[in-house]
Ligand binder design. Structure first.
Ligand code: FAD
Length: 305
């Protein structure tokens, strides 16, 4: 396998074997990936997908790892990270063409420097454009659905397709692409000319608000549960008396109840056991069944897909 991978990825530094994924997730949890491969262009990606098909290897796409809980046993197969051409940004007037591997905060700051508005909400979402699209990431009243004009995806069988927003099927923190083999290679966004100072001011405000309300001093994976219709997961968890609840080194944040923080040596088992406890307590108290917002990779009897 290593040899076949090296025939596709010329730079051996972009192939890592038995790579602990805790190094690549914001919550600092996760066992090894058989292979973590940095993919620089579409040609490499299509060859890797062909190889995975031939060898019946599962394929995972890793963005910034900011919405992920990876099991302690890790994952088998190929974990791919989009770099190179997938991280590029090209601006033409108020249209931005950006690779799926580009960082959302970086894109938001570059857009504002050019006086392009619409992405201020994304300045504090520590993920990539591709994952942001699939999740319909959003904050402060904005979300990806409001700016995306088109997306190019590559399906697991190597087929490339351009999708318009209607085909992407945006909904609250989800799209029709979730749970499919679609890899977001590129996104076209329609932004609007705006005053640069006003955009930077809005982003500063968003960032300050985050610092005040989120437990950013501890490793975490962002909001753990989706907000149920008409309510907030954090409010329900707090009202259920679960702030500070702990399993091992995983703790429901004292600062924001919809965050689980890693106090040091938390495992995926700790986090998932705690999430399960939170879900059942909230359901018992309020009759609301919370749905996980974080994505879970590998062994997971608690929150089956
Ligand atoms: C402190 C903090 C604050 C956060 N605040 C917010 C917020 O305000 N709003 C919000 O929406 N989210 C928030 N998040 C969650 C997270 O940042 C977003 O969900 C983000 O979109 C995840 O991007 P990522 O690149 O880190 O994805 P990852 O965690 O790496 O992956 C998440 C999922 O996306 C898939 N994926 C990754 N890249 C691609 C691709 N190119 N094509 C197809 N699938 C892909 C992965 O396979 C996985 O299933 C926050 C997280 C943290 C840690």
């Amino acid at each position: 396998m290593a040899e076949r991978l090296r025939s596709i990825i010329r730079d051996p530094g972009r192939i890592r074997r038995a790579e602990p994924l805790k190094r690549h997730t914001s919550v600092r949890i996760g066992g090894p990936a058989d292979y973590l491969v940095e993919v620089a262009d579409r040609h490499e990606l299509s060859r890797l997908l062909r190889l995975a098909g031939e060898e019946a290897l599962p394929v995972y796409i890793l963005g910034s790892g900011s919405n992920l809980v990876v099991s302690d046993e890790g994952v088998r197969g190929l974990v791919l990270r989009l770099t190179g051409e997938f991280a590029r940004i090209a601006v033409d007037g108020s249209t931005v063409r950006v690779g799926g591997g580009c960082s959302l905060p970086k894109l938001a700051h570059q857009a504002s420097r050019r006086g392009l508005g619409g992405l201020e909400f994304a300045c504090a979402i520590p993920g990539t454009v591709g994952a942001g699209l699939v999740m319909n990431a959003g904050a402060h009243g904005g979300d990806m659905a409001q700016v995306v004009a088109e997306a190019t995806v590559i399906w697991g069988d190597g087929r490339m397709e351009r999708l318009c927003p209607g085909e992407i099927g945006f909904a609250y923190r989800s799209t029709r692409l979730q749970g499919t083999s679609a890899i977001v290679a590129e996104v076209v966004m329609a932004l609007r000319p705006a005053d640069r100072a006003a955009l930077e001011g809005a982003m500063r405000q968003h960032l300050n608000r985050r610092r005040a309300t989120q437990p950013l001093q501890y490793p975490n994976a962002g909001s753990v549960f989706k907000n149920p219709p008409g309510d907030y997961a954090g409010r329900l968890i707090e009202q259920a008396g679960l702030k500070g609840e702990r399993v091992g080194d995983a703790q429901v944040s004292e600062k924001h109840a919809n965050f689980i923080v890693n106090l040091g040596q938390a495992t995926a088992r700790d986090v998932l056991t705690l999430m399960d406890r939170v879900r059942s307590t909230v359901e018992r108290r309020f009759g609301v069944r919370l749905e996980a917002e974080v994505k879970i990779w590998g062994h997971n009897p608690w929150f089956p897909p």
